[in-house]
Write a new protein. Structure first.
Lengths: 74, 257
């Protein structure tokens, strides 16, 4: 059987370029990065995502993702 | 005195000291200083998650947001767009609506950009945020912020991190007299007595970060600030004596031998 080659796409994650497989859900990317969803907020192309809907969103070429959390500050 | 609570956005707090969580050597030092200070509200910043170093400790692992009220802050924002983006993200992290708005206008003195601050306050209040607003010590601008829907007025004592203490007591007193909103001195305090002065001027609370975090003994300074705020508040409520230029003896003149 001929092996199907997965298509790679380029995205930007927290300001840095990253190559991922096509058809990757945003929730799977976050899980792979071992980021606790409850403690972060996620922005996709400058739009804040509802964390309950992460399971329905597939990443596309040139998507810009920002994942933020709370750190010490004044 | 036990019933004397700090009330912000209809929420009661026993402590009138709010502390920042920045500039500590590490998270455990920060957590211990907060505990000693008795603060029930801490300011926090919103920043990118470190994707490459997953072992970096998380603030929430050291300071439990169920026990201590997190006050997301827009420190580092220089315009309304950045500030609104930051606080909307903060709300998404865990439903935080009580926030501290801080829009800076100058990278050197870190003074607030009041036009952008006012604009942001209006928008955030309309979106249902409870906005505690870092501002300059201008009574007219404080009034405008109040009208725009701020839930607390937070004038600076002096530039952020400067440790200079309250520079304009008159303006702070004028703001105190004109507003019923919580008035909290934010930024510029250097030592515990500065907090006492703020409280004696009638402020409802103080926000301190650098003065504790960068003291040679942060834990002792945290305790000093805790006591200083309590002392200042008690002093204010107790009603000070009138000032006179002449001396007035403390012992009765009658019966002098």
């Amino acid at each position: 059987m001929k092996k199907i080659k997965k298509i790679k796409i380029k995205i930007k994650l927290n300001g840095k370029a990253r190559i991922i497989n096509e058809n990757l859900k945003i929730i799977d990317l976050i899980k792979r990065l071992k980021i606790p969803v409850k403690k972060v907020a996620i922005e996709l192309n400058h739009e804040i995502l509802d964390k309950k809907k992460l399971n329905n969103i597939y990443l596309k070429k040139n998507d810009k993702i920002e994942i933020v959390h709370f750190i010490g500050g004044g | 005195m036990n019933k004397d609570k700090l009330v912000v956005a209809k929420k009661n707090f026993n402590s009138r000291l709010i502390v920042g969580t920045g500039k500590y050597q590490n998270m455990s030092e920060c957590a211990k200083a907060i505990k000693i200070s008795g603060a029930e509200i801490v300011t926090v910043a919103v920043r990118r998650v470190n994707i490459t170093n997953k072992k970096k400790p998380l603030l929430m692992d050291y300071i439990d947001p169920k026990k201590i009220t997190y006050l997301p802050n827009t420190a580092g924002c220089f315009n309304s767009t950045e500030a609104l983006r930051t606080l909307r993200l903060a709300r998404e992290i865990g439903g935080w609506k009580l926030v501290k708005l801080e829009v800076l206008g100058d990278k050197k003195n870190l003074f607030p950009e009041m036009i952008e601050t006012l604009k942001s306050t209006e928008i955030l209040a309309k979106e249902g945020f409870k906005v505690m607003v870092y501002c300059n010590d201008d009574p007219l601008m404080a009034k405008r912020l109040e009208n725009a829907g701020a839930c607390a007025i937070m004038p600076l004592a002096a530039p952020i991190g400067s440790g200079l203490g309250i520079q304009n007591k008159i303006n702070i007193r004028i703001i105190r007299h004109q507003t019923k909103l919580p008035l909290i001195i934010d930024a510029g305090l250097g030592q515990a007595s500065d907090a006492t002065i703020a409280m004696e001027l009638g402020c409802d609370g103080v926000l301190v970060n650098t003065a504790i975090a960068k003291a040679k003994k942060p834990f002792d300074m945290a305790l000093a600030f805790k006591k200083a705020v309590i002392a200042g508040r008690l002093s204010y409520l107790s009603g000070r004596i009138e000032k006179t230029l002449d001396g007035r003896p403390s012992s009765p003149n009658k019966g002098i031998i």
